[in-house]
Design a binder for this molecule. Structure first.
Ligand SMILES: [Zn+2]
Length: 429
């Protein structure tokens, strides 16, 4: 067990790990009312007699551990504390059954308003990094990955899309219920639900588009490159590691697109040609971030650097600027910005700083310049396939890069990852 994440010390409980979340949700768009029942199957990591779950803005009304009606529990502003029936030893299993409800809303965090968010005519989830507790009780840690079953009931006319593969649709008491299952390990921040007046259609045998009719034509055009993009990335990173590939386009404009496990959401404003790099970015997160995952937020460059590098790979593969050209132009942009950030530990307030993203991608380009194209290609694919659905850290990356490329990259990686000064453009003598 590691302790609390220093970037989000109030989130999560390191004393247990969740194995499965089984969520039954009913959501009314008009009144923004969410009623939920969460069955959380978990295992203790240390000896403990109580556990906490993150739950924000919603009230629990009933809590049971292993079906016990006498379960003692209390709820504060951020946490639901539940007493276990006895002191449990490490490795013991328990099951929580929690009923809860309320008007879900984003939480205000140092990263802005995140979590469940109402749209003009629907709702979305922006979970990263600590938004998950605004819609279900969870152990909100990036290193606690679980399987999910999510059933969402909505009023007729609305369609819910959630993390996982759609396994059932049914009519229940005047509501439309759609059930999703995800058997790949998923962190709470990568679970999501989107509700809107969507219609779904297949983009290919394994890709689904959900959007409102008004966005359909533009969305079809915007996501037409997706099958080619998928082929390019599968050849670079190995087989697509998710059970679903679902794209949601909201009728609202969104600030940024968001990735979740097997799922990504784009705004109505992300359907133009300039947004194609964002499509590549979010798709690449299915390998880097969602499959190969970070245990600590301080390692966020591993998600974002790879996703940005994938944008450059797609640009080159689709006839745009080459990787070398993209690297050169982003290096020039970074050189003009303050060099006061260490990307292997940017600090919580700067973990989403664009310099973490771009310098992360340039770090990969530096590995390529040192190792050569062939060894780098082997490394890229091996990193994604050998850590498929596993947790990694920056030190794993350092060791793996040197081992797979057969080069001692320690010095180069220290310059790129651990020092604020921007090293020269890789590949330039
Ligand atoms: Zn990203």
């Amino acid at each position: 067990m590691i302790g609390h994440d220093p970037y989000a010390p109030q989130s999560g409980d390191p004393s247990y790990d969740v194995e499965t979340y089984d969520l039954d949700l009913a959501y009314r768009v008009r009144t923004n009312r969410l009623e939920g029942r969460a069955i959380v199957n978990a295992v203790t990591a240390v000896a403990t007699s109580s556990v906490t779950l993150d739950l924000i803005g919603l009230r629990a009304s009933r809590v049971r551990v292993d079906g016990d009606r006498r379960t003692r529990w209390q709820q504060g502003a951020r946490k639901l504390r539940v007493a276990l029936p006895r002191r449990m030893e490490p490795g013991e299993r328990f099951s929580l059954d929690i009923e809860y409800s309320g008007a879900p809303a984003p939480r205000h965090s140092r990263w802005g308003a995140i979590g469940w968010e109402e749209l003009a005519d629907g709702a979305l989830v922006a979970g990263q990094p600590t938004g998950a507790p605004t819609w279900f009780p969870c152990n909100d840690r990036p290193d606690d990955r679980a399987r999910y079953r999510i059933a969402v009931a909505t009023d007729p006319g609305y369609v819910a899309v959630a993390t996982g593969a759609l396994v059932a649709t049914e009519r229940r008491g005047g509501s439309d219920v759609r059930v999703f299952e995800s058997s790949v390990p998923t962190a709470a921040y990568l679970a999501a639900v989107h509700v809107g007046r969507y219609r779904t259609e297949r983009l290919s045998d394994r890709m689904t588009l959900a959007c409102a009719p008004a966005q359909r034509t533009a969305a079809r055009r915007a996501f037409a490159p997706l099958p080619h993009m998928m082929a390019v990335f599968e050849s670079a990173f190995g087989p697509y590691p998710q059970e679903a590939c679902t794209i949601v386009v909201t009728a609202d404009e969104l600030e940024i697109p968001l990735e979740a496990q097997g799922l990504a959401v784009f705004g109505a404003n992300h359907l133009d040609a300039e947004s194609e790099r964002l499509v590549a970015h979010e798709l690449a997160h299915q390998w880097f971030g969602n499959s190969v995952g970070i245990a600590r937020w301080g390692d966020i460059w591993l998600n974002e650097g790879f996703a940005c590098y994938a944008e450059w790979l797609w640009s080159e593969a689709s006839g745009g600027p080459t990787v070398a050209e993209a690297a050169a132009s982003h290096h020039a942009l970074l050189a003009a910005l303050p060099q006061d950030l260490v990307i292997s530990d940017p600090g919580p307030d700067r973990m989403f700083d664009d310099r973490v993203y771009k310098r992360g991608a340039l770090t990969l380009h530096a590995v390529r310049a040192e190792a050569g194209d062939a060894a780098f290609a082997t490394f890229l694919r091996a990193w994604a396939t050998s850590h498929r659905h596993e947790l990694v850290g920056t030190d794993d990356f350092r060791a793996f890069a040197s081992r797979v490329t057969g080069r001692d990259l320690a010095g180069v990686l220290t310059d790129w990852l651990d020092r604020p000064a921007l090293p020269p453009l890789p590949g330039r003598p």
